[in-house]
Design a protein around this ligand. Structure first.
Ligand SMILES: [Zn+2]
Length: 273
């Protein structure tokens, strides 16, 4: 049965016109944990590219026999298989990360509710209530890790085959491979920060709606690179049923938050014309 927190507050003899919960900001530790999962794939590609693959490349260049490019392809295929097994082992860790974030958020949300209303939701809220919300973000991250891996593989493959065609010295190819890995690393870090933010933003909405909070205050991120349209929304009250075109934390790298807002102002106090 869904909860009606505003009704519970009214019954407790509330005299305030509005109540806001403190916003829930994801910690760096949460995004770092996610980044580490992405990095396992990036590091594995680094080992493949700068290990045996580079040795085979150097040998290919030295001999330039007919079937050497096949050896390079064979090593890339082996690498792909290694990564495929690695991904299978990472996906359960990704789900565990979702479990940790959900628990962290649930504690923050019930803590904010207790501070703002005096009502303890800690034993009322359950992970089961947000299974879909968490599941959707985990599924998205499964796709993103696969994409980061495929992109790294594509870059590595391009570099070595272009190198063979152009007879690029091994040292230069090694440098290009290191740069390709660094690009994947940077992209992974950005994705992890963004995805940790998106999961907590989705949980904000799910928990607020679960306890009958149908409005939120837009809290601007305060980031250096912000969207002017989002800054303009700062402090505005929106209905979850009719929100702006994009929600807080939804667009890429948006750090804005939806702060739970309960209004008890039914208009009876305002002077009539
Ligand atoms: Zn924003």
């Amino acid at each position: 049965m869904p909860l009606d927190l505003p009704a519970m507050i009214r019954r407790s003899g509330n005299r305030r016109k509005a109540i806001t919960f403190r916003p829930i900001k994801p910690t760096k530790a949460l995004s770092d944990d996610l980044a580490r999962l992405y990095m396992r794939v990036v590091s594995a590609w680094q080992q493949i590219a700068l290990g045996r693959l580079l040795d085979i490349y150097a040998a290919t260049l030295a001999q330039m026999t007919k079937d050497s490019p096949q050896d390079v392809q064979g090593e890339l295929d082996l690498g792909e298989e290694t990564i495929r097994r690695l991904l299978v082992s990472i996906f359960p860790d990704l789900r565990r990360w979702g479990v940790v974030v959900e628990e962290w958020h649930r504690n923050r949300f019930s803590g904010a509710a207790l501070t703002a209303t005096g009502i303890d939701l800690a034993t009322v809220l359950s992970p089961v209530d947000v299974t879909e919300t968490v599941g959707a973000v985990i599924a998205r991250n499964v796709a993103l890790i696969k994409d980061v891996s495929a992109e790294a593989q594509g870059r590595i493959s391009d570099i070595v085959f272009r190198g063979i065609t152009q007879r690029t010295p091994s040292r230069k190819v090694a440098k290009e491979l290191r740069e390709a890995v660094a690009m994947s690393r940077r992209r992974s870090l950005l994705i992890a920060t963004d995805q940790a933010n998106k999961l907590t933003a989705s949980l904000d909405r799910a928990r607020q709606e679960e306890v009958g909070i149908d409005q939120f205050l837009w809290r601007h991120s305060g980031k250096v690179h912000y969207r002017p349209a989002h800054k303009a929304r700062d402090g505005n009250v929106y209905d979850w049923a009719a929100p702006p075109a994009d929600l807080p934390g939804q667009l890429p790298f948006c750090g804005c938050r939806a702060q739970a807002y309960i209004s008890f102002d039914d208009g009876t106090d305002s002077p009539s014309a």
